[in-house]
Design a protein around this ligand. Structure first.
Ligand code: SF4
Ligand code: SF4
Length: 159
């Protein structure tokens, strides 16, 4: 009886296994040949915090208040506030640097910004073997924002 039971279990598992293989042969695959094929990113995907540009003026929304820098747990944002000739502080950043190699994509900087100047972009192809390539300045962050499909709000509507 034990032998018959083992034969039955073997035949059953072979049938189940082959039926799954047969079913998958006629199912559209969900895998893609990346990087030749690029599946669309889900809306709201986060990869890197980037600087938003005011589409009317072409200037950054950032006023260099430093809240994002202070709210970043791994300290990957560095801001240098602009100064005028007399040394008075100006309301834009002279330098804004983000070290993506330290970023944990937590979104805290975006939430801390009271001026809607930061946004998480959905650009994922930023990897590099050189850490130096993962340090972005304000121009680079603004350029990534322009090409990303982040959840943008304009005239009260999400684009
Ligand atoms: S997403 Fe998080 S870790 Fe990355 S820069 Fe913003 S606060 Fe820092
Ligand atoms: S919190 Fe916003 S406005 Fe303030 S420095 Fe950061 S990005 Fe600029």
């Amino acid at each position: 009886m034990a032998l018959l039971g083992r034969i039955w279990n073997t035949a059953k598992s072979m049938f189940v296994g082959h039926s799954i293989t047969l079913r998958e042969m006629f199912t559209t695959p969900i895998t893609v040949f990346y990087p030749e094929e690029k599946p669309p990113m889900e809306r709201g995907s986060r990869s890197v915090p980037v600087l938003k540009v005011n589409e009317g003026t072409g200037l950054l929304n950032c006023v260099s208040c430093g809240l994002c820098e202070r709210s970043c747990p791994p300290s990957c944002i560095k801001i240098e506030q602009a100064l005028d000739a007399k040394g008075d502080r100006q309301s834009w950043p002279e330098a804004f640097e983000l070290n993506l190699s330290h970023c944990m994509v937590c979104n805290l900087c975006v939430e801390a910004c009271p001026f809607d100047a930061l946004e998480m972009a959905d650009v994922v192809e930023l990897c590099s073997y050189q850490v130096q390539d993962l340090i972005f300045d304000k121009q680079q962050l603004a350029e990534i924002w322009k090409t990303s499909r982040s959840l943008r709000v304009a005239n009260g509507e999400r684009l």
